[in-house]
Design a protein around this ligand. Sequence first.
Ligand code: GDP
Ligand code: MG
Length: 149
Amino acid sequence: MERTFVMVKPDGVQRGFVGDIIKRFEQKGLKIVGLKMLQISQELASKHYGEHQGKPFFEGLIKYITSSPVVAMVLEGKDCISLARGMMGATDPKKAAPGTIRETFGIDIGRNVIHGSDSAASAAREISLFFDDQELMCYELSLASWVYE
Ligand code: GDP
Ligand code: MG
């Protein structure tokens, strides 16, 4: 089992998509093991998006992600890092596959509603940036044998 970090960005919260987005992951069969709302500080934003420092969109990205609360979560499941990325769709909603979260809810690349870790290394890094160990739950989903063979 893998864990991944997923976040409904400020536009997703403002536009009322929190429930719809969480519902998609629940319906897929992924387990929520951490969940919280927070407003991201400048410091956390710079750490989280450190790889994009220096790019033309960086300042706008930091302003956007710190502008209003986000809903952060940790999901657990088989291959859930790539699974959740697939459910989100491409970074640019215009290029995202039909039915994906970004294609369904977004138009501009700079307002693409959701974040998800892109690798095992980023998942580990992002989970520890946003959550303390005691905020992550360990429990069994009684439906697991109906999700996994
Ligand atoms: P992601 O992993 O799919 O979120 O994409 P990246 O890691 O490449 O970029 C991080 C975030 O920066 C994206 O989700 C967008 O919110 C934003 N971003 C990336 N590229 C651009 C761009 O060309 N223009 C703008 N305005 N924002 C961008
Ligand atoms: Mg990324």
